[in-house]
Write a protein that binds this ligand. Structure first.
Ligand SMILES: Nc1nc2c(ncn2[C@@H]2O[C@H](COP(=O)(O)OP(=O)(O)OP(=O)(O)O)[C@@H](O)[C@H]2O)c(=O)[nH]1
Ligand SMILES: [Mg+2]
Length: 422
């Protein structure tokens, strides 16, 4: 029923900012003019109705977006890396493996053009112009680009049924599915014969749609009774429901009301879904006998019911023609002017704050902004040190270090820089 693929995606790294100074004729000391690095490209997964399977992901497992370019002198910014857009069939679920085991859903791409950013490109590093100030007009530092996110992603394709057949057990759902499509579900005279949703493709002239039997709908299904509410979830994805009712039941109208009540207890949106109310088993003599009374009982509740015999096929093709017309009018409405937002998925947000902790005698500063700062002339030159200290103060790290009890002479480390506190 569905296809499942695991892939690894890597967003582009941000380009580095540069340390550069203006060079002009007759101007001995030009100001800083190192541009910023470009951001890395994102990895985006997008639903596309022209894609029909996940098969191409079998051939390749690793996908990466382009890195951002480094900045240049003369205030030139590096070019942004290009996004990588992976197209998948409509109806693809995007998941990731959680650390505690099991999968979590990132996005359910069930509309054409719906998309989700699964790996965000790294930010570009800042060029040395950003580090200039009134007291430091020749900044020797710039910032490296941020590394792009890398993630393991699972793509799962679930066939979405356009139409679901619902109704109490044993009303003839499987019989109807078998009569209308090539599907061969098991049919038997006891309830819960069908234990999971079964799909079939119904052809009406040149058009077709996917019809599914939704099993296990009984009183209390929303609480997990019977086969549980797992299958009610599938109804959420259908566009129309065929509500099948056993004509030989004691009160067909009462059955319809009960099943609808059960649906709205699970999800009120389900009860709003368009329904075709269909009374089955009209070939049975006892149903024939009270056909007029049943019709009247339904119209008293404002419902126009259709009458069929799934077993003999009587009325089935009319029902399918009615269904496809209803589908057509719904999709015409759905297509006009719907805006599809783009989501960005972030299981763990990137840290932007700073923190200080002690490892042995060394004070360790965790500051992603600062760790990316690189010095052109090597960390040991006194000028560079002074500039780094200014950035420490700017990001509030100096205060945090003092609060943690740093004294002159102590070792301080940040990323791969280590120095003595003064
Ligand atoms: N006479 C008559 N019997 C029918 C008709 N449709 C289904 N049946 C019978 O009703 C019983 C249940 O049919 P199924 O199609 O298995 O019903 P279901 O709704 O899929 O049942 P579950 O999967 O168990 O929930 C079977 O014995 C069928 O032969 C019909 O139109 N007329
Ligand atoms: Mg069945």
């Amino acid at each position: 029923m569905f296809d499942r693929m695991e892939i690894v995606v890597k967003a582009g790294d941000g380009g580095g900012g540069v340390v550069s100074f203006r060079r002009e004729k007759f101007v001995p000391f030009g100001g800083p003019d190192g541009g910023d690095g470009g951001g890395g490209g994102d990895v985006v997964i997008m639903a596309d109705s022209s894609v029909t399977s996940l098969r191409i992901f079998k051939q390749k497992r690793f996908y990466r977006a382009t890195n951002g370019e480094n900045g240049k002198g003369k205030r030139k910014h590096g070019r942004r890396g290009e996004n990588l857009i992976l197209t998948v069939p409509v109806g693809t679920m995007v998941l990731y493996k959680t650390q505690i085991g099991g999968d979590a859903v990132i996005a359910d791409l069930n509309l054409p053009s719906q998309q989700v950013v699964v790996a965000k490109g790294g930010k570009g590093g800042l060029g040395n112009i950003h580090f200039a100030s009134s007291t430091n007009q020749a900044p020797q530092i710039a910032q490296k680009g941020e590394v792009g996110e890398e993630k393991s992603i699972i793509l799962e394709l679930r066939l979405i049924a356009d139409v679901g057949i619902i109704g109490y057990p044993n009303v003839g759902k499987s019989t109807l599915l078998a009569a209308a499509s090539a599907a061969k579900p098991k049919i038997a005279s006891y309830p819960f014969t069908t234990r999971e949703p079964i799909l079939g493709v119904v052809k009406v002239g040149l058009r077709s749609f996917v019809l599914a039997e939704i099993p296990g709908l009984i009183d209390g299904a929303h609480l997990g009774r019977g086969l549980g509410h797992d299958f009610l979830r599938h109804i959420v994805r259908t566009k129309i429901l065929i509500h099948l009712i056993d004509g030989s039941s004691a009160s067909p109208v009462e059955d319809m009301i009960q099943v609808n009540a059960e649906l709205s207890l699970y999800d009120s949106a389900l009860a709003q879904k368009p329904q075709l109310v269909v009374v089955n088993k009209i070939d049975l003599p006892q149903v024939q006998a009270c056909l007029a009374a049943i019709k009247k009982a339904f119209s008293n509740t404002g419902t126009t019911a259709l009458f069929i015999s799934a077993a003999t096929g009587d009325g089935v093709s009319e029902l399918m023609a009615e269904t496809i017309n209803m589908l057509q009018s719904i999709s015409d409405e759905a297509i006009t002017g719907r805006e599809i937002p783009r989501k960005v998925f972030r299981p763990q947000p990137r840290g932007i704050g700073t923190s200080v902790h002690k490892e042995g005698d060394t004070f360790v500063v965790v500051a992603p902004e600062l760790e990316r700062i690189v010095a052109r002339t090597g960390e040991t030159s006194p000028g560079v040190h002074w500039q780094l200290r200014r950035q420490l103060a700017r990001l509030g790290v100096t205060k945090a270090l003092q609060k943690a009890g740093v004294k002159p002479g102590d070792r301080v480390r940040c990323g791969n820089l280590e120095w003595e506190w003064e």
